[in-house]
Design a protein around this ligand. Structure first.
Ligand code: NDP
Length: 292
């Protein structure tokens, strides 16, 4: 029995970071400039703190300046809004990222709406989502962008393929569906009210799953030879000490049917961060071009 090929997101992301580092040093450092990313972290969500640390380390590796604004969850929403307004005005700030999720008391959309779209490196401002729909994107959300690059690493010509995206969040599912559509893929977007999910999955050349349900997608969902991209990050295990991270895909069984599978960890996660770096570089480039 053949086994699916693992798409090594860790390696592909490392190569991408290497290219970014070279580009940053040749294009910006040579002129005494550095791209700069500002991350706003509200509250002390443990996973978010770890993600922010990883983002800072990645920035450091490629020569991007990074700054984290750690705010108490007791801060009033208008205080966060004022911080965003200040960063928008500061020409030394090229990228602004509001780390999600926010504590319940905060209105995520109100804050995202305030970020200057040219500095919106997470691509979640309605202007950027609109540009994505128009087929002329400015900033594309990092996770779907990373997924697309992983898919293209094993299938450069996507024309005419059929993809099923499971999950319709603004962060992953919806922009993923739009990105694939823009690349000539025929896309079905599924969610928790979808009927016959398994049968739909069985027709997909490309399956992207972002539902947050541990090992939900099993071998019987998979079309033989399909490309399976597992976005899910789920804690598995009965006790905190034993908890490990698993995806939405039951990789052990799915590997026996699929052509390609991304692992969790080491698949989509590292690509999300690498795409944040490339978006920050893009943001700086756009801002310099706009200023000329
Ligand atoms: P959300 O909770 O915002 O969205 C989950 C989506 O999955 C919803 O659209 C929901 O449907 C759908 N869904 C849930 N259960 C089912 C089901 N049984 N069948 C079909 N659809 C279902 O999550 P996110 O999009 O923010 O994240 C999804 C997962 O991806 C999480 O595990 C998250 O941790 C991970 N993630 C990983 C990233 C990475 O870099 N690797 C980055 C971002 C997220 P409905 O809309 O009907 O409720």
């Amino acid at each position: 029995m053949t086994q699916a090929v693992l798409i090594d997101g860790k390696l592909i992301a490392a190569l991408k970071r290497q290219n970014i580092k070279q580009h940053v040093s040749q294009t910006f450092h040579a002129f005494g400039r550095k791209p700069s990313l500002h991350v706003i972290l509200v509250g002390d969500h443990p996973a978010s703190q770890l993600y922010v640390q990883n983002k800072q380390a990645a920035c450091h590796e490629v020569g991007i300046d990074s700054c984290v604004h750690k705010l108490s969850e007791n801060m009033v929403e208008d205080g966060v809004l004022d911080l965003i307004k200040g960063l928008n005005q500061d020409p030394g700030v090229h990228g602004i990222l509001l780390q999600l999720p926010l504590p319940n008391a905060f209105n995520r959309q109100r804050l995202l709406n305030e970020i200057n779209p040219a500095k919106d490196v997470d691509g979640l401002h309605p202007y950027n989502l609109g540009r994505l729909i128009s087929g002329d994107p400015l900033m594309v959300p990092c996770t779907p962008l990373g997924c697309l690059e992983l898919i293209q690493s094993v299938c450069p010509d996507l024309r005419g393929k059929h993809a099923l995206v499971v999950g319709r969040s603004i962060l992953v599912g919806k922009p993923m569906a739009m990105l694939l559509t823009n690349n000539d893929v025929t896309v079905t977007l599924a969610h928790s009210s979808t009927v016959n999910l398994k049968q739909l999955c069985q027709q997909a050349d490309i399956l992207v799953t972002a539902i947050g349900q541990p090992r939900f997608i099993t071998a019987d969902f998979i079309k033989p030879g399909a490309i399976v991209i597992d976005v899910g990050i789920n804690r598995d295990g009965s006790t905190e000490e034993k908890a490990s991270v698993v995806g939405d895909v039951d990789r052990e069984s799915v590997q026996k049917v699929a052509g390609y599978v991304t692992p969790v960890p080491g698949g989509v996660g590292p690509m999300t961060i690498a795409c944040l770096l490339s978006n920050t570089v893009r943001a700086m480039t756009v801002q310099i071009a706009d200023a000329i």
